[in-house]
Design a protein around this ligand. Structure first.
Ligand SMILES: CSCC[C@H](N)C(=O)N[C@@H](C)C(=O)N[C@@H](C)C(=O)O
Length: 349
């Protein structure tokens, strides 16, 4: 859980007296309440209240140390209004709908509403030891499931068969898939987010499996590209280039490094192999209560690595009509370098 004290310091730096938290992952981070989409949190310099409805009375009391006010809008907004008169109240511009903002304006006419972006997200980027453990556990489960399912990735199997085996095993272990499973074989590998289809895997295919577990609210994220039989020389060359870029970027992970530099390092290696244009996304992202969260490992990012961040390193190369490769590790930034949390073996081609 994000510390309220840290949030209050961040609010003060942003010139805010209060913040209305509506983004579900931020609600969970600040309150511990796991049904964030049906909750809101109001944090002031002197208090914090979780707002949810009567479906969650017991759950809110069990999960959250915050005072809970059980009601539905507009009663929730009316409850908060008297304490907000004359205050500068932040709202999450990345999440609040225009209609919800109109509601705030109507019910809090004496508050000055201020759009904020990334206030709680920036605090979530550095994980507590309990959060690191949750993500470690999620990744350990994903590695175990991948090891069980790897022998099933053979010619004649459908992508959907692989995906459903992974999902079933995650469910049986008390987790769930972190996102729609990506199983992209042969030419479908050219789609970075080619979710599993009914395509039948062929001999000689490369198959990209991008999977994660969601456990106790926290996510993992890992990609392996595996060979079925012997792939053609060109795709084997692409695979080796992506692996080289991935391993070089992982080696460079340590506190103080700008994430944009890591993206550039991997991109330069792929460019050297004539694959710069084929690397169609950023190098990676933070992982936690959401699969994609801060920091961003995009070439335009100003983020700098700090101990406690958990990030992905996932270069890829995608050749329309031919195929694709992505290799992704989940990496913890430590005090003096990094620890790779994903341990599933990578193909040697
Ligand atoms: C729909 S969640 C997919 C998770 C997957 N492992 C993943 O992160 N894929 C990346 C190619 C990706 O979506 N990167 C984003 C951050 C981007 O580059 O915009």
């Amino acid at each position: 859980m994000t510390q309220l004290q840290e949030l209050r310091h961040a609010m003060a730096r942003a010139g805010l007296d209060a913040v209305w938290i509506s983004d579900p992952a931020n609600v969970r981070a600040v309150s511990g309440f796991s049904s964030g989409k049906d909750g809101k949190v109001l944090v002031t310099q002197g208090g914090a209240t979780l707002y949810t409805d009567a479906r969650y009375t017991v759950q809110a009391a069990e999960e959250s140390p915050l005072d809970a006010f059980i009601a539905r809008p507009p009663a929730t907004l009316e409850h908060a209004a008297p304490g907000l008169a004359g205050l500068r109240v932040g709202f999450e511009a990345d999440h609040l709908t225009v209609a919800a903002l109109e509601d705030l304006r109507e019910h809090w006419p004496q508050a000055a509403l201020v759009a904020v972006q990334g206030l709680v997200q920036s605090l979530r980027a550095v994980k507590s030891s309990a959060e690191v453990q949750a993500i470690r556990d999620a990744q350990a489960l994903a590695d175990q499931v991948f090891a069980e399912v790897r022998p099933l990735i053979v010619a004649g199997a459908r992508e959907l068969d692989i995906a459903s085996e992974i999902e079933l095993r995650l469910r049986r272990a008390g987790a769930q898939s972190a996102f729609d499973l990506i199983v992209a074989s042969g030419p479908r590998g050219a789609m970075p987010h080619g979710v599993a289809s009914d395509r039948v895997i062929q001999d000689g295919d490369l198959v990209t499996v991008d999977m994660g577990a969601q456990l106790r609210g926290y996510h993992s994220d890992m990609t392996r590209t595996v060979a079925v039989g012997t792939p053609g020389a060109e795709m084997a060359r692409v695979y080796r280039a992506v692996l080289e870029a991935e391993e070089a970027a992982v080696r460079a992970v340590k506190p103080g490094v700008r994430t944009a530099e890591l993206d550039c390092l991997a991109r330069d290696i792929l460019t050297g192999h004539g694959l710069g244009e084929a690397f169609a996304h950023s190098l990676g992202h933070g992982v936690g209560l959401e699969v994609h969260e801060a920091p961003s490992l995009r070439g335009t990012s100003d983020d700098v690595l700090q101990p406690g961040m958990i990030i992905t390193i996932e270069p890829g190369a995608y050749l329309p009509g031919v195929g694709g490769v992505r290799i992704e590790d989940l990496v913890l930034v430590t005090e003096d370098g990094h620890e790779v949390l994903s341990v599933s073996p990578k193909e040697v081609l």
